[in-house]
Design a protein around this ligand. Structure first.
Ligand code: IMP
Length: 420
């Protein structure tokens, strides 16, 4: 039996799904426990691209069961469309998908509120994915939210929806209410058979020897408590969210694997100490195809930041690192890694929590030599160019965590393990 959490450790988009997919061939369960359709998890198998928003990426393996935990937030019709789209590409869901009845719902109202809030914030906007994630989580916290299980109780649901609109000071005439109810009923017709409680299934599975992967979404620096607040998502993304969002205590995890890109990216607004502008950023963006899989937005690019990396490693008690997109750095003459910040004449080795301070820090860099070779065909650490090995070891030393998986391309097989 084993339970492993695979977590994004920076601002999301670290290629977590690729690592879940790579390690997932022997998984009995893959479980999502936070986030929602703001995530865009991409897997490429034999040139075919699959994008997942709420469905765990373990659905790629026919023998793997997938779970959507109650720490997530789902758009019911969006999920139905996602299931239908994946079914059309040959993936099977029956007896394989389990959705916690306690999961909160994103309604069209939440997407409208997301857009209105962003407009209202004007120059201080967050740059959300526009999927209604923040408002839906806010309603769950305010206890005004609608949960998936409510769809099985229409009279109760109708009352809750009326109260929800009231709470937001939104009018809802009987025609509009009927429409919302009809949409939710359409979703329920598809989702009911997947809906139940996942907590006992998971603990029984673990005790009977199952291998379980917990698939994180977004990343530690987007965690609503520990990230670069207020430029964060509205869920907790660190390892402790596993227990809260699935019912499987994070105390039981056998391994925590943190996924880091070999450089840093960020979408949306907010401080980004090692951000690069100009031709180097454009080159990395083009080589790494750094455009959001949910929104298509160009991602901001930066040098590897070991200050934020070590912070993330600590918060998540990482046992290992999966270092992704190392191939993207091929051809760069020099590579910088940020090893400290200077702020008001003081050197910091942990990030300041305040956004005004984090946006003012001066990164202190070490510069390493790059490598020319194309490494997309490499399948062992020893076969990497010497400078790529030095870069990888610098990441390990600075974060004090061993690199256990390396990804050198989009395809499932462009990945290798180190002592794992
Ligand atoms: P929200 O989660 O849509 O509310 O967006 C809040 C912040 O998190 C914005 O900066 C988004 O760009 C960012 N974000 C949300 N989901 C992801 C993701 O899956 N990858 C990267 N950034 C994300």
């Amino acid at each position: 039996m084993s339970a492993i959490a695979i977590l994004g450790c920076m601002w999301g988009d670290e290629a977590k799904a690729k690592i879940v997919d790579y390690l997932g061939d022997t998984a009995d369960y893959v479980v999502r426990f936070q986030g929602g359709s703001n995530a865009g998890h991409t897997i490429v198998v034999e040139g075919k691209k699959y994008v997942f928003h709420a469905v765990p990426s373990g659905i790629m393996y026919p023998g793997t069961k997938c779970m959507i935990g109650c720490g997530m937030i789902i758009d019911p019709l969006g999920l139905v469309n996602e299931i239908r789209g994946l079914e059309a590409s040959g993936l099977k869901f029956d007896e394989r998908l389990f959705i916690d009845e306690k999961v909160g719902l994103v309604l069209p109202l939440h997407q409208e509120l997301d857009a209105v809030n962003e407009e209202r914030l004007a120059s201080a906007k967050i740059g959300t994915t526009g999927r209604g994630i923040g408002p839906a989580y806010a309603d769950m916290t305010a206890r005004t939210g609608i949960r998936l299980g409510d769809l099985g109780h229409p009279a109760y649901l109708k009352q809750r929806i009326k109260e929800l609109y009231d709470y937001h000071g939104q009018s809802l005439d009987s025609k509009a209410l009927k429409e919302v109810m009809a949409q939710l009923d359409e979703a329920w017709q598809v989702l009911e058979k997947y809906c139940g409680s996942i907590e006992t299934i998971l603990s029984d599975a673990y005790l009977s020897g199952a291998r379980i992967i917990f698939e994180g979404a977004q990343g530690t620096l987007l965690d609503r408590s520990w990230g670069s607040y207020p430029y964060v998502t509205s869920s907790n993304t660190i390892v402790d969210a596993v227990g809260i969002g699935s019912g499987f205590s994070s105390r039981l995890l056998d391994e925590v694997l943190g996924v880091f890109k070999s450089y840093v990216t960020r979408v949306g607004e907010g401080p980004f100490p090692t951000e690069i502008h100009g031709p180097l950023a454009d080159q990395i963006r083009a080589q790494g195809n750094e455009f959001g899989s949910t929104t298509g937005r160009p991602r901001r690019i930066g040098h590897f930041d070991a200050v934020l990396g070590a912070y993330s490693a600590r918060l998540n008690t990482l046992d290992g690192i999966a270092l992704t997109l190392l191939d993207v750095l091929s051809g760069l003459e020099e590579l910088k890694i940020c090893v400290g910040y200077e702020l008001n004449g003081k050197v910091l080795i942990t990030p300041p929590a305040h956004p005004l301070e984090l946006s003012k820090v001066e990164p202190q860099y070490v510069t390493l030599q790059g490598w020319e070779e194309d490494i997309t065909g490499v399948r062992s650490k020893e076969a990497l160019p010497a400078n790529a090995q030095i870069y990888l070891e610098a990441v390990e030393d600075l974060l004090e965590v061993p690199v256990k998986v390396v990804s050198v391309g989009k395809e499932r097989d462009q990945t290798f393990k180190i002592d794992m």
